[in-house]
Design a protein around this ligand. Sequence first.
Ligand SMILES: [Ca+2]
Ligand SMILES: [Ca+2]
Length: 342
Amino acid sequence: MKFNIKRSIASCLVLLIGVFSVASVNAAGTDHVKAIFMGDSIATGYGLEKIEDSYFYQVTLDRSYHAVNYAINGHKSTDLLSLLKSNDPMREDISTSDVIFISIGGNDLIGLFMGASTTQLMDILTNGGESVYVKTAIQMMKTNLDAIMSEIHGINSDCTVIFQTQYNPIYAHPQYKAFADKIDAFAPLFNNLFYSLAEKNRNVYVADVYTAFDNYYDTQKSYDVIQSDGIHPSEKGHALIRDVLLQKVSELETAGAIPTTPTLPESKYYLLGDCDGNKKVNILDATTIQKVLAGLGSFDEVGTLCADANLDNSVNVKDVTAIQKHLAGLLPNSEIGNLIAY
Ligand SMILES: [Ca+2]
Ligand SMILES: [Ca+2]
């Protein structure tokens, strides 16, 4: 019972691992600042070995936020706008949020390049920012960003919104790296849209991730902040984004634009269902419980929390079934796979 009481007052961290599903640990009655993360696969932590390496997780822990992540792999600005208009739980969370972090536009920019026909590609490479395709894509993203901001402010005009500029990953792309300088020539045209947005709207700010990556490339002579896919940030890249965001958060806290969570005893988190402690939930976790139930080993304190997959305060065969059903997609409202504070 002690565990449940602790949990009910603990902060909340909601994770998306691979698929879009949002669940939340009850954080009612807490004074935690509420943060929402949204956007694309940079924000989901796509491709990372451990979700703890994501900037989303690290910013949340650093500031003891109650955080919810609505990011979806592959999303462009058009997709984020549709999601904002249609997702009621997201709108509900926005209405009570203090700060929103948005990573969007990378797929608009790269998609323009990678989705181009030969004719379009030639036009882009020849004319850069003057290309009709680049201009059209920028105009569409501008329209979407304006609409995204009016949706958010329509729900909650007081929350602070931080847009992340999009870094150029193509220097590290196995296939397209020869075109990296071409992309770099018009990437600022996309990123300038965020600055215009911040000028036009109150409570809107920009965290300059682009420049942090660009400086890293120059000073470190390395692209190891990018994963081997040549697109997504690596563990180091997420640490870089984390630093840029925390710097901006500090400034905005000092300016009074973001509240700070009162100092609370440090929360620790466990991954529900991860019975073997490898930071993933898979079928081996169900097997681990079966072995312990058969007397082949035992759980320590955290292991016991992780193994109580159905959260009924005991570890038994029902937890094995719960993990199996979760893995089969049959328990959409389960908290298995979420980080839970204790
Ligand atoms: Ca595991
Ligand atoms: Ca149980």
